[in-house]
Every structure is written in C-alpha cells, then in structure tokens.
Design a protein around this ligand. Sequence first.
Ligand code: SF4
Length: 234
Amino acid sequence: MPNYDFASEISIDITKKCNASCRMCWRNSSDGRDTSSEVSFPLIEGWKDYLSRVASISWWGDGEPFMYSDIEKLLEFILLLPQPTHLFSTNGRRLAEFAPVLARANLGEMIISIDGATSRTLEKIRVGVKLDEIIRGIQELQFQRSLLSLPPIRFRFLFVSMVDNVSELPLLVKLAWYLRVAAITVTPLVTHTVFMNEWQCKNVPGLEREFFLSASELANSLNIEFKHTHPGVL
Ligand code: SF4
C-alpha cells in the first residue's frame, strides 16, 4: 500500500543565487524576483523526518544549487537521507569541487545545462561557464564513484535550442558519448524579454528539425537517449 502521508517526489528551490550570467536567464528581465533569496538550512534540517521518507528530492529551482550558501552542510545532510534519490540540475561550474561528497550520496540523475558543444558557443551563451569545467566535473564525479566501487552516475545534458547553437547538436551527441552521458534533452528557448525573441529557432523554419533529426540518428546508433520536450515545434 502506498503511504499517502508522504509525497513521493518533492522539489526544493533552495537558492536563486547563481555564478553564471546566461544571456537567456530570467535574471535578465526586471520581473522583480529577488536573485539572492534562499531557503534557510535550519529550516531544511527541521524537515529531516519528512524528507527521509519521500522517494526523491530535486534540489533545484531558479538558481544554481551549488551556489547555495550552506551547500557544504546541505551535501553532508543528504548523506543522512539515504532513502530518497537526490536530483540536481546544474550549470556544472562547481561539480568537480563537490565530487567527493556527491559521489557518496544516493544520487539519481544529474542534469547538466549545456547549450553548446564547443567552448566558443557554450561560453557565448552561458556566460561565466567554461566547457572544460563541465567536462572535468563529470569526469571527476565518475572517478570518485569508481573509487568507492559504486555504479556510475547517470548524467543528462539539457540543451536549450537557439538559432546559433542548434547546429552543434550532433557534436553534443559525440561529447555525450565520450563522457558516457546517458541522455540528452533538447528544449526550446523560453524568452523573458523581447530582445531574446531573435534567438528562437522558430525564426528559421526547418532549422531545428534538420539538426535534431541528424543528432537523433547518431544518438540512437550510440545508444544515447535523445528527446525533445516539445516535438511539435520541429
Ligand atoms: S545557470 Fe541558470 S540560473 Fe544561472 S544564469 Fe544560467 S540560466 Fe540563470
């Protein structure tokens, strides 16, 4: 019998802080949201009994989770919660730094936001993030897992498609294969200001479809999960 007193999956928007300045981020609009607010760590600690009984916890929201002010305490805290699966979505900048403790956690999928397969494209869009940091972070986390004789982490690339990066989808599949990333999700750009409209793939009919399909074929041949959140736009 399922236990209806406890949610099976919960998501906690721990911080709105970030260490990047992506050009398409909601922070570039003046919608009045506080870019520094956080859920206090003592509050999260107080939920321990409840959190220990849910099936999965997504530690993400509007900011970069590894910029949470008490991230060291939080990561030690999740080691005390071995039952839930812990999920993170990150820009990858601090992955290598926290790999030793992350490797010990009951991690579910680790989602990496990566909007380019070359340094030039990624770093133009995800300002402040380096492709090398992402690669090093993935490799370090898998290395730490291997030291503990634990199975590798399942990684997923999350790619926001835009007119000036979508041609790199096939190369992203190759990068995923090289890094043993299991899955790639492609999603259209959500615009927050009028000036972001020019980056939307729908401005060039057929463009996204062409590169999505060729990347999809390659991914299938390499046994990499490959999907689009809105296939109707293709
Ligand atoms: S990593 Fe996410 S929260 Fe940070 S600037 Fe980029 S889109 Fe915004």
